[in-house]
Design a protein around this ligand. Sequence first.
Ligand SMILES: C[S@@+](CC[C@H](N)C(=O)[O-])C[C@H]1O[C@@H](n2cnc3c(N)ncnc32)[C@H](O)[C@@H]1O
Length: 255
Amino acid sequence: MRISEDFLKKEDLRSQLFGETWRTLIPEVFRDVPTYYDKGNAVASLGTCACWSGIFAQAVHRRLRRGAKVLDVCSGIHEVPLKLLALDPTLEIHAVDGSPHMTAEGQRRAHERNLTIHARVCDAHVLPFPDNSFDAVTLQFASRHLEIIRAFKEIHRVLKPGGIFCHDDMLRPASRIVELPYLAYLRFSVWFTAKLFGSSAESMRCVGYFAKAIRHFYKPRELDELLKGVGFVDIESRSFLTGVMSYHISTKPSA
Ligand SMILES: C[S@@+](CC[C@H](N)C(=O)[O-])C[C@H]1O[C@@H](n2cnc3c(N)ncnc32)[C@H](O)[C@@H]1O
C-alpha cells in the first residue's frame, strides 16, 4: 500500500473535523430517516440521486456473472441490493450497515418483494467476513461519513483476487464554477428537506455538515489515486458535473 502524504494529511483533517459527528450524530440521523430516506433524497437532489444510482447499478450489473457473491457496505435501506436483484435475482447479496433502523427498513422492503438480502449491523471499518470472500463490493452515498482509507483497506481484504470494488458517491466537484453554487444549493436543500420531513434535532444539527463534508472530500481524480494507493487497479470512472456524482469501479489484482 502506498498512500501519499497529502492524502494521509487530508484524512487526519477529516477525522479532526468530523470524527465526533461520525461517532455521535450520524447514528442518530439514520435513526430518524429510514421511512422517508428515498423521498428525502429525491427532494434534496431534484431526482438526480435515484437516476444516477440506477446508472451505477447497471454499470455494476454488467460486470457481474450470474450467482456472484456481492457485499453492499453502508447498505442503508438496501437501495443498491434491491436494484441489483431486480436486474439479476441469482445474485447472493450480503449487506452491512451501522444503523439497525436503516437495516430493518431495508429488510422490510426486501421481504415485501420476496427477496433475500443477508444483512448484518456492524461498523464499515471492521467487516465481519474472512479475507477473499466476495466477487464484488459496492459502497454508495456513504464514504463521506467514513475514515476512507481504513474502510477501503477492509473492502480490499474481503474481496476475492480479481473481485471488483464499485464506489458511488457525491464527490467534491473538480470545477470551482460547479463547486460554489453546488455547495450553496446543498446547504439549502438539506435544510429544506429536513424541515419538510420534520427531521429530528440531530438531523437539523447536521444540516451544515453535509456540504462541509463534501468540501473536504475527494475530487474524482483524487479518488482514483486513493484507490491505487490502497492497491486497486484497472480503475474506470464516470462523473456527472465534474464530480457532483461519480462512480469508480476498480479491481483487486489477481494473486
Ligand atoms: C446516505 S446513507 C446511504 C445508504 C445506501 N448505501 C444508499 O445508497 O442509499 C449512509 C448509510 O451509511 C451508514 N453508515 C454511516 N457510517 C457508518 C459506519 N461507520 N459503519 C456502517 N455504516 C455506516 C448509515 O447508517 C447510513 O445507512
